[in-house]
Design a protein. Structure first.
Length: 158
């Protein structure tokens, strides 16, 4: 299976202790997912975040209803966690979230490794743009929630 990788990061003007708890609540994923996906967490609250925890969602992808089940594969608060798809639209979805604080600001980074039916052609025609758009929206929402860091304020040694 051909694997594809998306790496993104965004700086937020808040310390790690304020940013990480937002991500520790799986329901906040609804807040940072584009509305057109009609994303909804199905697993009842509270969801104890820990290795092995499964979380069920529903969404619409290009108008098609999809069920998604993910599992927390690594949980290392407040620096890192990994969720991976157990059931859903991808052949593979492995999403590592990393957080680090520098000078009172937090860098939130994502590395997504994914695979799709149809390989490189389907990825290029449909999936890659969608995944990039979802993360672009996610960054915009995170900046609305936590604030923006001016380009000149981003730590250069980062």
């Amino acid at each position: 299976m051909k694997k594809f990788v998306l790496e993104t990061s965004v700086w937020l003007p808040k310390p790690l202790k304020e940013v990480f708890p937002f991500f520790a609540d799986a329901y906040n994923l609804e807040e940072i997912t584009p509305p057109y996906l009609q994303f909804e967490v199905l697993t009842p609250r509270p969801i104890p975040m820990k290795v092995g925890q499964t979380i069920d969602y529903k969404l619409k992808l290009r108008g098609i209803p999809i069920r998604w089940r993910s599992e927390i594969a690594a949980w290392e608060p407040p620096y890192r966690f990994i969720d991976q798809q157990l059931k859903g639209p991808y052949r593979l979805w492995h999403h590592e979230h990393r957080f680090r604080e520098v000078d009172g600001m937090t860098e939130a980074s994502d590395t997504v490794t994914y695979g799709v039916l149809g390989g490189a052609l389907i990825n290029k025609l449909l999936v890659e743009r969608d995944v990039r758009d979802i993360f672009r929206y996610r960054h915009e929402r995170m900046q609305e929630i936590f604030g923006r860091v001016a380009e000149s304020e981003i730590p250069r040694a980062a």
